[in-house]
Design a protein around this ligand. Structure first.
Ligand code: FE2
Ligand code: FE2
Length: 278
């Protein structure tokens, strides 16, 4: 043992480190918005008021249903994506979506028998029976994979960001990892479209194919935000569960997507064309 003196105990609080350098972020304990802002967050299913319990279950069913559905949609491309790297990312996406489904179902499981009933329903759901139209359409081409991950997964990110720091602790804590995984999916989709435009046949497909796929998925992506002036979305904000109304989230999405598509030489379709949910 070395016999040197111990360093003096520091009287200064340790400097906070960035996440990258191994620092942590102190969890937020209070509800940040809505009618109960400032009150302690809900931390378990049995302390939720009935209307909030019902809302969380509904939201988790819709969320998890999209995760199970995208596994079904991606599956045929696991061994037919054009490049080796594309196949690896396909496999990674399927694993991520399965983990997201598991995470949503774990939240449902905390609601006991009722939650389990809903999980059983999710596990029984076949292709074509999902709640949102975007998840009932098969990927007929590689451009579909690109446009779906670039446009539809991006809506998913808006939905997840709306739950960030929400009033139900277990849901809020599930968000950071899911969001970082979704970021990979978005970048992957964006890169597929970009390479189709820039490299054409040298990669796979063409600009025209990429634009056709954008036109196909864009209206279904916009529909996913739900009805403007939805009563449920207003209630979710009041309860501190969601951060934005459907219309606010859709407007933010549109502002992000237009320059993104135009930047790679594609055009954003008219947001009102071929819409089913306004
Ligand atoms: Fe996901
Ligand atoms: Fe995803």
């Amino acid at each position: 043992m070395s016999g040197g003196p111990n360093p003096p105990a520091s009287t200064q609080p340790p400097a906070s480190k960035s996440l990258k350098d191994g620092g942590t972020v102190a969890p937020v304990r209070e509800i940040l918005w809505g009618t109960s802002a400032g009150v302690r967050k809900y931390e378990s299913a049995d302390e939720l008021p009935p209307e909030m319990a019902d809302l969380i279950m509904k939201l988790m069913v819709v969320q998890s249903d999209t995760e199970f559905a995208s596994i079904q949609q991606h599956r045929p491309w696991l061994d037919s994506a054009p490049t080796l790297e594309d196949r690896w990312v396909q496999a990674r996406i399927v694993a991520d979506e399965a983990r997201h489904a598991l995470q949503g179902c774990r939240i449902l499981r905390d609601f006991g028998e009722e939650g389990q009933k809903r999980i059983d329903g999710l596990l029984r759901t076949q292709e074509g029976q999902h709640k949102l139209d975007a998840f009932n359409i098969p990927f007929d081409s590689w451009a579909d994979v690109g446009a779906f991950t670039c446009l539809v997964d991006r809506v998913g990110v808006y939905q997840l960001r709306a739950f960030q720091e929400c009033s139900y602790g277990p849901l809020a804590r599930a968000m950071p990892l899911m969001l970082s995984e979704e970021q990979l999916h978005l970048n992957f989709g964006y890169n597929i479209l970009r390479r189709m435009v820039r490299e054409g046949e040298r990669y796979y497909g063409s600009r025209e194919e990429a634009q056709r796929a954008v036109n196909k998925w864009f209206p279904r992506a916009l529909d996913m935000f739900g009805h403007s002036n939805s009563r449920t979305s207003r209630m979710a904000i009041d309860l501190g569960v969601k951060r934005w109304t459907n219309e606010e989230a859709r407007a933010r999405y549109l502002a992000e997507v237009r320059p993104l598509l135009e930047g790679i030489g594609l055009s954003m379709p008219d947001p009102m064309t071929d819409r089913r949910i306004l």
